[in-house]
Ligand binder design. Structure first.
Ligand code: NAD
Ligand code: GDU
Length: 334
């Protein structure tokens, strides 16, 4: 029994690799290192540098390493980039996922866990937390590229007996509380990372994109989930799949929204630095509120978040950002 983790050298995938290795599981990471880093992986995991779209490579790994489950994180994740270069996203996220699913089917892999996103909901018109019954309606090529993979999984499962779970993540944030990994991409666009970099003096100031949204303080609301809680949901989902649990598509968030202003205040509070956050115009394509109805995942997986605390998320993110700065300034760092 071994798990193939695609994109395991990336932000979320590396947390999953640590979680599996911590539990004594055998893990093979397949990553092309386009945005991932070998340094964040535990020694006990085997890294294969390669492409998820390489069916021969994946088929060989499944056969030679005894892979019975695939956790598929690999992909391209920047929404504005997907608008500028949609075919990159349809290739890397959709076409290559098709190749990976085909290799899984041919290799007789029983369990497939896929990283999807709240971006499949587009700009929801409902004010209430978003349940899985809300019809997907992506507004970006990124969202469509992930939704298409969900559809391929659904249809391949029906035809070929693959069992799958799709987890639609809301806003993933924070870092490993033990400091082993975190969000390492240099040009990340995520709010909490940018605010932490500003607090640490790596940026002179940050920007708040729009204060005229129909929300209590005029800034966008998001459901920020600690990456460690997200990974715990994956561990539970994997166990459920291996135990013969049925297919599942579930949101992954806490069910509570924080505004951009509240996040900025939390980073100021936790860091003790009163950094500059200037108000600018809206960023195109930002929905005013994205908050998960997380009832299904709690019921189906018995998932009980342990780190549902904004200041705690920010504290772990700040610690990782500081460690990353030290690492990157060390002699010989890349
Ligand atoms: N970060 C978020 O807030 C968020 C939210 C919703 C969904 N997701 C999804 O979670 C997954 C992981 O995201 P992340 O934030 O860890 O991003 P990331 O960029 O840190 O990780 C992606 C990893 O995949 C690898 N990769 C990319 N294309 C590959 C390919 N063709 N073959 C092999 N490896 C490849 C990269 O090198 C990287 O290590 C993605 O599928 C993303 O769509 C992320
Ligand atoms: O410097 C910044 C960065 C972000 N924001 C705001 O902060 C909020 C959160 O923005 P992020 O970029 O951190 O996250 P998004 O909600 O845009 O998107 C994230 O969550 C989505 C699902 O909710 C998708 O999965 C997507 O891939 C992932 O990046 C938005 O209102 C954004 O306008 C700022 O004000 N200033």
């Amino acid at each position: 029994m071994a798990t193939l983790v695609t994109g395991g050298a990336g932000y979320i995938g590396s947390h999953m690799v640590h979680a599996l290795v911590d539990r004594g599981e055998t893990v093979v990471v397949l990553d092309d290192l386009s945005t991932g880093f070998e340094a964040v992986l535990p020694d006990a995991a085997t890294l294969v540098v390669g492409d998820i779209g390489d069916e021969v490579l994946v088929g060989g790994l499944i056969a030679s390493r005894g892979i019975d489950a695939i956790v598929h994180f690999a992909g391209s994740i920047v929404v504005p980039e997907s608008v500028a270069d949609p075919l990159k996203y349809y290739l890397n996220n959709t076409v290559k996922s098709r190749a990976l699913i085909a290799a899984a089917v041919r290799g007789g892999v029983g369990a497939f866990l896929f990283s999807s996103t709240a971006a499949v909901y587009g700009e929801p018109t409902v004010d209430a937390p978003i349940g899985e019954t809300v019809a997907p309606a992506p507004v970006s090529p990124y969202g469509w590229s992930k939704l298409m993979t969900e559809v391929m999984l659904r249809d391949a499962a029906a035809a070929h007996g693959l069992a799958y779970t799709v987890l639609r993540y809301f806003n993933v944030a924070g870092a490993d509380p033990k400091g082993r990994t975190g969000q390492s991409t240099p040009n990340a666009t995520h709010l909490i990372k940018i605010a932490c970099q500003t607090a640490l003096g790596q940026r002179a100031k940050m920007q708040v994109f729009g204060t005229d949204y129909p929300t209590p303080d005029g800034t966008c609301l998001r459901d920020y989930i600690h990456v460690t809680d997200l990974v715990e949901a994956h561990v539970l989902a994997l166990a459920r799949l291996r135990a013969g649990g049925g297919n599942l598509v579930a949101n992954c968030g806490y069910g509570r929204g924080f505004s951009v202003r509240e996040v900025v205040e939390a980073v100021r509070r936790v860091s003790g630095v009163d950094f500059v956050a200037e108000v600018v115009d809206r960023r195109p394509g930002d929905p005013s509120a994205l908050v998960a109805d997380s009832g299904l995942i709690r019921r189906e997986l018995g998932w009980v978040p342990a780190l549902d605390d904004l200041d705690g998320i920010v504290g772990n993110a700040l610690a990782w950002e500081a460690a990353l700065a030290r690492r990157n300034s060390a002699p010989g760092a890349r």
